[in-house]
Design a protein around this ligand. Sequence first.
Ligand code: ADP
Ligand code: MG
Length: 351
Amino acid sequence: NMSPDRPQIRQLDEAAINRIAAGEVVERPASAVKELVENAIDAGARRITVTIADGGKTLIRVADDGCGIAARDLPLALARHATSKIDGSDLLDIHTFGFRGEALPSLGAVGRLKITSRVAGAEAAEITVTGGRMSEVRPAALGPGTTVELRDLFFATPARLKFLRTDRAETQAVTDTIRRLAMTEPFITFVLKIQRDGDERETFRADAEQGELFEALSARLASVLGREFIQNAIPVEAERENLHMTGFAGLPTYSRGAAVAQHLFVNGRPVNDRMLTGALRAAYTDLLSRSRYPAAALFLNCDPHLVDVNVHPAKSEVRFRDPGAARGLIVSGLRHALAENGHRASTTVAG
Ligand code: ADP
Ligand code: MG
């Protein structure tokens, strides 16, 4: 006796599962670029070139000179929950950007994806996947490394296409994503090219920096954020309870009317975390009026066991084992650095 409104439980097929996961991982072209560039960084690339067309809606290509994917592993790279980065035994012991094994199958579910790759000493091979359907692995031509090409993002889910902004806005979001990642990896060259009417124009470039990490980092920040930022910021270095912070804190005189110049990273990941931005603001409370926001580029590092980055695939929140220690490190580290530089609360007139 089947009642028409009795719910039926069904197992979804792989393609549907991938499309649902894709909805979480890939919101817009910039999120696809983030996943692909992070993969290139994880692969040990020294040089990463991103090419987009129409704000990334019709083409996103990420080419790297990293370790490559062996031909026989190409289908596995496109399988759900298949990753070379963790073995699943310790979800808090994560040293790479990726670990979920979701990005490539998700991208293959919402666009036309082609991966061409070559491991040093082997022949290049390629595989394509369109709307979730995978091709055979075929021989190809490529230097060592990997090129992933994603065409016609969301062609299979037109409803999502409608939520994308103008090409200009999407291009801006892609550029911001690359700039943020470039700040974390000063020894890697990043290039962004925009393809239009058969022409390619380079719109962003950060050449690999040389020297010691801190030196390289400040050179990279100058190249990405502008010399003005470095000239108006003081170096910060502080440590507390196994947490380490390094970077630059903007002078109170270099503050902004919005939180647009705050760049925070945890274990090399760009994060946008309210607890951390709140701590940054708190460090300047006596130095800035309430309508002003400090500029900063801060890199927090700790044992991966002390911070959970497993919160959400696309979101940039993190969860510290001891949030109070992280907050305390930022507030006291910045106050100390600012005070040493002559910026004590009492010396500044509010307003
Ligand atoms: P995750 O990054 O979480 O492992 P992905 O779906 O992004 O999952 O990638 C799946 C696997 O494909 C990776 O674990 C890695 O082994 C391989 N891979 C992806 N992109 C690259 C790349 N650019 N260079 C080398 N290997 C890659
Ligand atoms: Mg990945």
